[in-house]
Every structure is written in structure tokens, then in C-alpha cells.
Design a protein around this ligand. Structure first.
Ligand code: NAP
Length: 338
């Protein structure tokens, strides 16, 4: 199947891989960026058949541009949402564009007669605020956005997915809606402009952390995330579906071991020391970014992608490949000096 598909946030990491795969499979893509002044830079980094790609200006904060970008499309992938490295000044800096942007995209999609709408949500909307004792999560779980565990990004993704599902139930009509819920996304880089999700690998490689906090995350490869979006755009009967999009859960020390094993001397700065939780808690008093994840210390959040395997035939690649491809590209592009 191919036709014309809308993808929001063409400058982003996941959207870039998605656009490349869609064009390689014969689709024409309409994508949005906030400002068309970036069009040629984004085109260069995508490196696709330019006749198959059209850019439109649209911002999650404004109604302008969404209708024009969706016109003529049969399918839509709403990928754009803020993913900052730093703690926002106010949580609404994330929640408002995530939620209102999704609703803007949905309304424009309905007006344009889009048949299938795939939204990039997150494990952040699934696996937080459940209290101690729960470490395995499925599509049936929802983050409690009122929990102290739910930091602003987690709240933004949960509130946005809820709002989107509520809107679709009330107003969506025949448009099929589903979500892809990735864990931490790693994988190859096309340029030095990379997603916040790759920061952990950068910090490990450059040795900028004195040791490793007792933190872990589910990991998934950007190529597999893009592939799940394409499957969701094209598989039959996707209405209401929700897919965990994750490989295994690894602690930072496991990631460090994979880097050492795979990179040899290039991993010389990767720390070996594990930081005790009490030390990280003290550091969090002085660093708001560490403060955001303090509730994560020692937590495990496993999320086997059984549903995606059964319904979509989706199987993630080995996590070692994703970690080492991230690291090798960071070295190749000069993002880290090893
Ligand atoms: P990314 O590279 O930072 O991409 C985010 C995209 O959203 C960029 O294109 C960005 O545009 C756009 N955006 C942000 N604020 C916007 C606004 N106000 N108006 C219009 N566009 C705006 O991050 P990514 O990893 O590809 O993330 C893409 C999606 O995946 C997001 O929905 C994110 O929540 C979700 N996700 C990511 C991960 C992960 O680990 N990376 C995990 C789970 C879910 P600019 O280039 O102009 O900033």
C-alpha cells in the first residue's frame, strides 16, 4: 500500500527514520516543521527523493498550517511533541503543546478525510505512578499523571494520549486511531542534531558522569520505532490499538558493559563505578535535571512487546546493535571525543 501520508515534526529523530522508510516504500510524504527556513537543512539530512517530500509550516501551539499539510493525505503519523533535555520552567511548556498539538492534528485530519491516524505516544504514558511492587507493564496500564513519579514529560505524554483518545471516541467518526508507545529510543544518527534520548550514551562515552546512578530504561531502536509506525499505518483493523514499542530493560551498568565489550579502547572513559543512591539524591538537590529522575533510582519497568509481535509481526532487533550503532555514530560525527 502507498499513497500520500502526513508526518508531523519532520526535523525530529524518529520522524526522520519514518519519512525515509515511507518514501523507500513508495509513499509521498507531507511533513511539518515549525519554520520553513529549516527546509533545506532538514531535506539534506533526510537524503530522500525530494520529489516525494513536501514541507509545510505548522507549530503545535497554533492552528495555522495543519489543514494545508493534511490536504490530499489518506494517512497521518503525528510524531511531533517536545522532548527537552532540561527540566521545563513550567510543566505546561510541555503539556500544552503535547495535548493541544495532538488535538489540532486530529481535528485537521478529520477535516481532511484521513482514514488512519497513528500517534507517537510513549511508555511514559504507561509505566509511571503505579507505586512499588509493579515492574511489568502492558498496553492495559496507564500512568497516573497525578503521581509524584510523573515528571513533566511523563505527564505531557499521558495527558496528550488520553486527550487524543477521548477526542477520537467523541468526535473521530470513521477515522481509525492507534498509538505507538516507545521506550527510550537509541540507534544510528544521521547528523549531529540528535534526540535527547541519546544523551545517556553520550554521557557514558565521554565519561562526564563520575559513576553510574542506579537507573535503567527499556530500550528500542529508532529503525524499529519507524517500522512499527509503518506497520500501524498499513495493517488492517487498527482502531483503538495501543502498542508497547520496546526491547529489553537495561540498567546503565548493563549498557556500559555492552559499550566496553563492543568498542574496546574507544570505551575507555565509560565509568565502571556505580554511584550509591544517597549520593545521587544529594546531587539532585543541586541539579534539577537529576532531580527529575530521582524517583527512578532502582526502578525496573519491563514491557515485553508481545502485543506488537502478535498483531503486527513486529520484533525488535538485538539491543546491543542499537547501543553500539548510537555510540559509533556519536564517535564518527565528532559528538563525543573518546
Ligand atoms: P526529537 O528529535 O526531539 O523530535 C521532536 C519533534 O517535535 C521535532 O521535530 C520538534 O521540532 C517537534 N516539536 C517540538 N515542539 C514543537 C512545537 N511546539 N511545534 C512543532 N513541532 C514541535 O525527538 P524524537 O525522539 O524524535 O521524538 C518524537 C516523538 O517520539 C515525540 O512525540 C516523543 O515524545 C516520542 N518519544 C520519544 C522517545 C525517545 O526516547 N526519543 C521515547 C518515547 C516517545 P523542532 O526540531 O523544531 O524542535
Amino acid at each position: 500500500m502507498a499513497g500520500t501520508v502526513f508526518v508531523s515534526g519532520g526535523s525530529g529523530y524518529i520522524a526522520g527514520f519514518l519519512i525515509r522508510q515511507l518514501i523507500a516504500e513508495g509513499w509521498t510524504v507531507h511533513t511539518t516543521i515549525r519554520n520553513l527556513a529549516r527546509e533545506s537543512e532538514v531535506r539534506d539530512s533526510l537524503g530522500v527523493d525530494n520529489t516525494k517530500l513536501k514541507f509545510f509550516a505548522a507549530d503545535l501551539h497554533s492552528d495555522a498550517g495543519w489543514a494545508e499539510a493534511m490536504a490530499g493525505c489518506s494517512h497521518a503519523a503525528h510524531v511531533a511533541s517536545p522532548l527537552p533535555a532540561d527540566k521545563p520552567k513550567h510543566e505546561d511548556d510541555l503539556i500544552v503543546p503535547a495535548r493541544d498539538g495532538a488535538l489540532r492534528a486530529l481535528k485537521a485530519a478529520k477535516t481532511a478525510g484521513i482514514k488512519r491516524f497513528v500517534m507517537t505516544s510513549s511508555m511514559a504514558a504507561i509505566a509511571y505512578g503505579h507505586g512499588p511492587g509493579k515492574s511489568v507493564f502492558t498496553e492495559a496500564d496507564w500512568t497516573d499523571p497525578t503521581s509524584p513519579d510523573a515528571y513533566p514529560y511523563v505527564r505531557s505524554k499521558t495527558i496528550a494520549e488520553r486527550a487524543a483518545r477521548d477526542w477520537v471516541a467523541a468526535e473521530g467518526g470513521d477515522m481509525e486511531f492507534c498509538t505507538v508507545n516507545p521506550s527510550l529510543v537509541l540507534g544510528p544518527l544521521q547528523s549531529g542534531d540528535f534526540s535527547t534520548s541519546l544523551e545517556a550514551i553520550k554521557k557514558l562515552l565521554e565519561g562526564s558522569m563520575p559513576g553510574m546512578p542506579n537507573l535503567g530504561f527499556g530500550i528500542v531502536d529508532v529503525r524499529d520505532v519507524a517500522d512499527m509506525h509503518v506497520r500501524c499505518l498499513t495493517a488492517p483493523n487498527m482502531a483503538g490499538e495501543r502498542f508497547v514499542c520496546s526491547g529489553p530493560f537495561l540498567m546503565l551498568e548493563d549498557v556500559a558493559a555492552i559499550l566496553r565489550e563492543g568498542l574496546g579502547p574507544q570505551a575507555r572513559k565509560v565509568p565502571k563505578l556505580k554511584l550509591p543512591n544517597w549520593l545521587v539524591r544529594i546531587a539532585a538537590r543541586f541539579d534539577p535535571v537529576i532531580g527529575q529522575v530521582i524517583g527512578e533510582l532502582g526502578k525496573r519497568r519491563e514491557s515485553p512487546p508481545n502485543h506488537a509481535r502478535d498483531v503486527l509481526g513486529w520484533v525488535p532487533r538485538p539491543v546491543e546493535e542499537s547501543i553500539l550503532d548510537t555510540a559509533r555514530d556519536m564517535i564518527r560525527l565528532g559528538i563525543v571525543k573518546v
